[in-house]
Design a protein around this ligand. Structure first.
Ligand code: CU
Length: 593
């Protein structure tokens, strides 16, 4: 872990894009690593949630953060596959809620600038955020565990209480991450600093001899905004949750003018001229990043980059970045190799090319490559995971599986919503109906059976059973949603585009959705994942096995602001022997596979 030393503030004026902060001044912070088994022989550890004051940039005053064990991001927890770990997540958070929450008119682009700007027309404090208690619950994102350990959003706890969670880690090598999941306030709690990485390792990964130790580094990307001093206009360290407001319109998620890697604004990393392995995670509330490796003239050198893994494990072969860069949605992880040997003595940058960035600084961090040649024991193998099997409907996907149908849409008020769908015989008329002319299965009619979190649970899956989730984004425009399903890793089977017939005013399709066109998956999207981007006018189908834990779980949009505002729904995984005794809401059994 590298400490950031305080420096005097730069004399430069506070102005876009860098607001007086020197880019690439501070070294990248490496979160400390906790290896409970090998270090302490323990399978039970306590991780306190505590307040910590920490500099996000050495030219800034300290920021008050909520952290796991005093670190933002939290310690990287490393475990071996199959070795159980129990964690007592202990809420020891004192004091005030560490965010100032402000809204401002969307036409004024309030998210592009620091400062609360309450002297300007249309800006106001968001009532209630300052009053929030430390009410937290930890979710280990990507874990197969019983629902009682999973961080059920309603089951958060106050200061002085602990959440006891058992993680069996009966999963292949993959990058998980842990973060807060408290009902309705996840966007604020995660924003205070409650997020960290959790790596499962196994023999298959070891045998590859991938870069490790100092040459394997997590890159946890987030964005934040900061308040300014009302007198001097200088940046303070105060975290500012500033969002645009649309009169009578949908809630707009948080984005900020400062991008951080491992809790440092625009850091640099000194690297040897050799291969490195980076464990990339987008831990931002809502920002999508499209990343390129560029030189000092902003010319892309993505040919030096290979993807070897995704959310749920290793890819079968090293995969090149898409020509336009690697799009990383909130909660997505990528296992990335970079060959710095071809850039001796040069400086490279990780740069965001996402068009939604607007006027915000596109550079995330700088790599300073040593000028000396370095012996590198690693050579890029042709194959990565030999255990990987591509799932194909009708062949490698087990024939005996369920189908789950989900719709993403904008409701009559223009708010993003997610519906559980139930297949019915015929269109009963009225609202909440989605019809699909499935090219493989003919006309299907669905009825909405749940639209907000506390509506009745509608999805029941037998333990260890495979299920295909069909996610239809029927909105006529609006945002893409990164959809995350708890408990499982899935593979995308296909992505298809269509012209929607969904009528927002009557909340139903006016004719069966048809005209599907295959949108080829990116090669890396064939990897094991737990979060996938669904764009408007697309049908994304994913298949996963629902084993390794039972109980009531959640699936949701991982734009935290959308999740909090209702784009989250429950589902139940139960033993099949129990399922036959279970009385379903509305009667009947939901298997239609
Ligand atoms: Cu969303």
């Amino acid at each position: 872990m590298t400490e950031i030393i305080e420096r005097p503030a730069t004399a430069g004026p506070i102005a876009a894009p860098n607001w007086g902060l020197t880019k690439f001044l501070d070294p990248l912070r490496i979160p400390p690593v906790l290896r409970p088994h090998s270090w302490w022989g323990q399978d039970m550890i306590t991780i306190p949630m505590i307040v910590k004051r920490q500099r996000l940039h050495s030219e800034l005053p300290e920021s008050t953060l909520w952290t796991y064990a005093g670190h933002f991001p939290g310690p990287t927890i490393e475990v071996r596959s199959g070795k159980q770990l129990r964690i007592s997540w202990s809420n020891e958070i004192d004091g005030e809620f560490p965010l100032v929450a402000v809204q401002g008119p969307i036409a004024d682009a309030p998210t592009s600038r620091p400062g609360r700007e309450l002297d300007k027309p249309g800006y106001s404090i968001i009532e209630g955020v300052a009053d929030l208690p430390a009410w937290t619950v930890v979710h280990l994102h990507g874990a197969r565990t019983n629902a009682g350990n999973d961080g059920w959003a309603h089951n958060a706890g106050l200061k002085g209480t602990s959440q006891l969670a058992e993680y069996q880690n009966r999963q292949q090598a993959m990058p998980l991450w842990y973060h807060d999941h408290a009902m309705a306030i996840t966007r604020f709690n995660v924003h205070t600093g409650l997020a960290g990485m959790y790596l499962i390792r196994d023999d298959e990964e070891d045998a590859l001899g991938l870069p490790h130790g100092d040459h394997e580094i997590p890159l946890i990307i987030t964005d934040r905004n900061l308040d300014t001093d009302p007198v001097t206009n200088a940046l303070t360290g105060q975290l500012l949750f500033k969002v645009p407001v649309v009169p009578n319109g949908p809630m707009i998620p948080f984005t900020g003018p400062f991008n951080l890697v491992n809790g440092v604004i625009w850091p640099h990393l000194d690297v040897d001229a050799r291969w490195y392995r980076f464990r990339l995670l987008n831990a931002a509330n809502s920002r999508f990043y499209t990343l390129n490796l560029v030189d000092e003239n902003n010319v892309a050198h993505n040919e030096a980059v290979r993807l070897i893994g995704t959310d749920g494990g290793l890819l079968p072969v090293p995969t090149e970045l898409p020509a336009a860069g690697l799009t990383v949605a909130p909660a997505e992880r990528f296992d990335v190799l970079i060959d710095f040997s071809r850039f001796k003595g040069q400086k490279l940058k990780l740069r965001n090319a996402d068009p939604r960035l607007g006027t915000v600084e596109p550079d995330l961090m700088e790599f300073r490559v040593d000028s000396r040649a370095k012996h590198d024991p690693f050579t890029l193998p042709e194959k990565i995971s030999t255990s990987y099997t591509r799932l194909v409907h009708g062949s490698t996907l087990p024939e005996d599986h369920d189908h789950v149908w989900i719709a993403l849409l904008l409701n009559a008020e223009g708010h993003p919503e997610m519906w559980d769908l139930e297949q019915v015989e015929a269109d009963p008329g009225g609202e909440g109906i989605i019809q699909v002319d499935d090219p493989n299965g003919g006309l299907k009619t669905f009825r909405m059976i749940g639209r907000i979190f506390d509506d009745t649970t509608g999805i029941f899956i037998d333990h260890d059973r495979w299920a295909v989730w069909n996610i239809l984004h029927v909105a006529n425009g609006g945002p893409a949603h990164p959809i995350h399903i708890h408990l499982t890793e899935f593979q995308a089977l296909f992505r298809r585009s269509f012209t929607t017939t969904f009528d927002q005013a009557t909340e139903r399709t006016t004719a069966p959705i048809s005209g599907f066109t295959d949108v080829p998956l990116q090669k890396y999207e064939e990897g094991w994942k737990d979060t996938i981007i669904v764009n408007p006018g697309q049908w994304v189908s994913v298949a996963g096995q629902f084993g390794g834990g039972t109980g009531e779980f959640m699936y949701h949009c991982h734009i935290l602001d959308h999740e909090d505002e209702g784009m989250m729904r429950p589902f139940v995984v139960h033993p099949p022997e129990v399922a036959k005794f279970h009385v379903h809401p509305g009667g009947g059994h939901h298997h239609d596979g």
